[in-house]
Design a protein around this ligand. Structure first.
Ligand SMILES: [Fe+2]
Length: 225
């Protein structure tokens, strides 16, 4: 099994897409409080996907460009399309804020919902394509250690607040084995505070039964050090 550089972040992004998709379906757009919560999420997701595309354009695609420029170009184009869709969503959010009557709010909310579903469908398929096609290109030309180095560079260049918020969604979205492997890796390669931050997020976010398993595996590692 090879290292999948997209795994953690794509699981986190998919979880956000799914959750917000469900929330939008349940939102009564004539209710100001409900609308604010749901639409704030939509705005956050649009921003997150913009940043994510930028990280990939800056750190992942250049690693493949020298071997397959056409492939990289096709993914850059998808990122442009993605950014345009996010921009459109933000425009619809503005239109909602300018809506006056209940009927206008319902229409504006429904337009956001439809655009969001298209944005979600596009990104789900885009991320699956990246994992299917870009991973093959990375695995062909780089070792796992080299690909992990690319990931380390991305992590080192993300502001702490963004990293922490993303880590919460990663922990919520990964399975136990993935969390244990991740935390063990961070403990043995990163400064102690980075491990402590993740450890606390896992203890807060995981259901008790899962947290006991993860904690037990980490204690076992400590006992063997
Ligand atoms: Fe992407």
């Amino acid at each position: 099994m090879r290292y999948n550089i997209f795994n953690h972040i794509h699981k986190a992004l998919r979880a956000l897409l799914y959750e917000t998709g469900s929330l939008l379906q349940q939102t009564d757009f004539t209710d100001a409080d409900e609308s604010e919560v749901a639409l704030k999420k939509v705005h956050e997701i649009a921003d997150l996907f913009d940043k994510h595309a930028l990280h990939e354009d800056t750190y992942v695609l250049p690693a493949i460009a020298k071997y397959d420029a056409a492939l990289v170009h096709s993914f850059e184009q998808e990122h442009e399309e993605d950014i345009a869709m996010a921009q459109r969503l933000k425009g619809l959010l503005n239109a909602f804020n300018n809506a006056v009557s209940s009927a206008e709010r319902i229409d504006a909310g429904n337009a956001i919902h439809t655009a969001y579903v298209e944005f979600m469908a596009f990104n789900l398929s885009h991320m699956a394509r990246e994992e299917r096609i870009l991973n093959i290109a990375l695995w062909k030309h780089y070792t796992d250690v080299e690909i992990m180095d690319i990931n380390n560079t991305i992590v080192a260049n993300i502001p702490f607040a963004e990293l922490q918020a993303t880590s919460v969604y990663m922990i919520r979205s990964l399975n136990n084995e993935e969390i244990i492997t991740w935390l063990k890796h961070v403990r043995s390669t990163a400064p102690e505070p980075a491990f402590q931050t993740l450890y606390m997020i896992a203890s807060d976010e995981l259901p008790p039964i899962r947290w006991q398993k993860v904690k037990g595996a980490l204690e076992k590692q400590m006992a063997t050090v």
